[in-house]
Design a protein around this ligand. Structure first.
Ligand SMILES: Cc1ncc(COP(=O)(O)O)c(C=O)c1O
Length: 452
C-alpha cells in the first residue's frame, strides 16, 4: 500500500498540536490521509483502503459512520432543540439513561453522563468517596483507566505516570486476579472503591477466571467497599453482552462506559450506578448540581447514544460479537500454532489479543532480544507496521503489554474481512520467523528513530 498524506497539513499539525505524534506515525509508515470511513473500512485519499481491526480502541462497535447514527445527528441539528442551557431537564438524557438502565439491569438505575471514559472514572472516584466517606481507592495493576490525574492515579505503569508528580492520595494497586492481596487491602477498610476492568484490555487482553470477579465483588461487599467496573472498552456489546459484567452474573455498584456509546461520532461517557450511591451525591436541594459537567448531557451525544443502541440491538451485534469472536480466536489459533513465537490468542467476544513470546531458537532469539533492548515494543510495532503497509490492516499492540496484538474489529465484521485478517497475520508472523527480512525492517525503524 502506498503511503499518502497531505504534508502541509501534517506540518501545521506538528507545528500547532503535537509534532511527536506526526513523527511517530511517519516512523511507523502509518501516516496516511483518510478520506472516508465506512463500516469496517477506511478509504485513503488517492486510492487504497484499510481494514480496521482496532476500532479506535473499541469506539466503533457499530462500524464507522453508521448511516442511522449519522441521520439521527442530522435530525437533531435540524430541529434546533435545547442544548447546553444548564437550566432545563434534558429529555434526551432521560431517554438514554432509561435505555442504559434497562440494558444494564440489577441496581444500575441511575446515570451520570460524562464526555469521556476518564471523566467517568473521575466521577466514580467522587461518587465512591462521597458515598462511603472513605478516601482510599484500590485498583488492579496493569489497568488502563484514563490519563486525567484521578484516573491516572489508578494505573501502575510508570510510563504513564512519570513526570506528573504526586497524584491522588490513598490509592493502592493489587495484582489482577490475586484474591489474597485484594482481601488484605480491603480488610483495612480504608477503601471507598475497588475499580477494575472485567477484562484488562491494555494489560494484554487478560480475561480473568470466572470466579475472580464474583469473589472480588463479594469481598468488597463484606468490607464496605464499592465494586466499580470500568467497561469503557468491554461495554456496549463488545464482549457479546451489553456489559461484560453480565457474563459473570455481577451486580456492581457502579459501571463506567464511554467509547462506543455514541457510535464513534460524539464524545460521551456514562457512569451507571445504584440509587443509593447517586443519592449520596445529590442528597438535597443544595447539592442538586454539586457534581456536573457542561457538555455531559448534550443533545447530540444523547441522540447519537439512542441511535447507537437501536443499531446494536436491531442488528444483534452482541450475538454477532460472541459468535464471530469465537470463530476468530479458533481460526487465529489454528493459523498461528505452527510458529514458535505464538503463545496464545485470548479474549471475549470481539475484544481479542494475540500474545507472542520470546523465541528459543538461537537465530531468532538473538535479534529478538537485541531489539527488545532497543525498545520493548519493537517486535510488536514491526508486526503492526507490516500489517498496515503490506496488507492494509489497522491494529495495534496493547498499551501496557507490548507483545500482545489487538484483534478488535467493529462488531459488524464480515466473514471475508475476518479471513483477510487471519491470513495477513499468518503471513506477517511467518516473515517474523525468518530473521533476515523482518529484523532488517526493525533495524531500519531503529535507525530512523535515532536520526529523526
Ligand atoms: C478501560 C479504559 N478506561 C478508561 C479509558 C479512558 O477513556 P477516555 O480516553 O475516553 O478518557 C480508556 C481509554 O482507552 C480505557 O481503555
Amino acid at each position: 500500500m502506498s503511503v499518502t498524506t497531505i504534508p502541509s497539513l501534517d506540518r501545521l499539525y506538528a507545528e500547532h498540536v503535537n509534532p511527536q505524534w506526526v513523527r511517530l506515525l511517519d516512523l511507523l509508515q502509518m501516516n496516511v490521509s483518510y478520506e472516508r470511513c465506512l463500516g469496517g473500512e477506511l478509504f485513503i485519499a488517492g486510492g487504497g483502503r484499510v481494514l480496521d481491526f482496532l476500532s479506535g480502541y473499541c469506539v466503533h462497535n457499530t462500524g464507522h459512520n453508521h448511516p442511522e447514527v449519522v441521520a439521527a445527528l442530522k435530525e437533531e441539528l435540524d430541529r434546533s432543540g435545547p442544548a447546553m442551557l444548564q437550566s432545563h431537564v434534558p429529555h434526551l438524557a432521560a431517554e438514554l439513561a432509561q435505555r442504559l438502565a434497562q440494558l444494564a439491569g440489577g441496581r444500575l438505575r441511575r446515570v451520570f453522563f460524562t464526555n469521556s471514559g476518564s471523566e467517568g472514572v473521575e466521577s466514580a472516584i467522587k461518587f465512591a468517596r462521597c458515598h462511603t466517606r472513605r478516601e482510599g481507592l484500590l485498583y488492579a495493576r496493569g489497568a488502563f483507566h484514563g490519563l486525567t490525574c484521578g484516573a491516572l492515579s489508578l494505573m501502575s505503569d510508570e510510563y504513564w505516570r512519570e513526570g506528573f508528580g504526586e497524584l491522588l492520595p490513598g490509592t493502592e494497586g493489587v495484582p489482577f486476579e490475586d484474591m489474597d492481596a485484594l482481601e488484605a487491602a480491603l480488610s483495612t477498610r480504608r477503601f471507598a472503591a475497588f475499580i477494575v476492568e472485567p477484562v484488562q484490555s491494555e494489560a494484554g487482553v487478560r480475561v480473568p477466571a470466572a470466579e475472580y470477579l464474583r469473589a472480588a465483588q463479594e469481598l468488597c461487599r463484606r468490607h464496605g467497599t464499592l465494586f466499580v467496573l470500568d467497561e469503557v472498552q468491554t461495554g456496549m456489546f463488545r464482549t457479546g453482552r451489553f456489559l461484560a459484567a453480565q457474563h459473570y452474573g455481577l451486580d456492581p455498584d457502579m459501571v463506567v462506559i464511554a467509547k462506543a456509546l455514541s457510535g464513534g461520532l460524539v464524545p460521551v461517557g456514562a457512569l451507571l450506578m445504584s440509587e443509593d450511591v447517586s443519592d449520596s451525591m445529590f442528597s438535597g436541594l443544595k447539592r442538586a448540581f454539586v457534581h456536573a459537567s457542561t457538555f455531559g448531557e448534550n443533545g447530540l451525544a444523547m441522540r447519537a447514544g439512542l441511535a447507537t443502541l437501536d443499531v446494536l440491538e436491531r442488528e444483534r451485534l452482541g450475538e454477532r460479537a460472541a459468535a464471530m469472536g469465537e470463530r476468530l480466536r479458533s481460526r487465529l489459533a489454528a493459523a498461528l500454532r505452527p510458529f514458535e513465537m505464538f503463545e496464545e490468542v485470548r479474549g471475549l467476544g470481539l475484544l481479542n489479543g494475540i500474545a507472542f513470546r520470546s523465541p528459543s531458537r538461537l537465530g531468532l532469539k538473538l535479534p529478538f532480544e537485541a531489539f527488545r533492548r532497543v525498545h520493548p515494543a519493537m517486535f510488536g510495532q514491526v508486526l503492526v507496521m507490516r500489517l498496515f503497509r503490506d496488507f492494509g490492516i489497522l491494529t495495534q499492540i496493547c498499551g501496557n503489554s507490548f507483545q500482545v496484538l489487538k484483534a478488535a474489529p467493529p462488531l459488524t465484521v464480515s466473514e471475508e474481512q475476518m479471513a483477510r485478517f487471519v491470513d495477513a497475520v499468518r503471513q506477517v508472523v511467518e516473515i517474523a520467523h525468518h530473521p533476515g527480512e523482518f529484523w532488517s525492517e526493525a533495524l531500519g525503524m531503529a535507525r530512523r528513530a535515532a536520526i529523526g
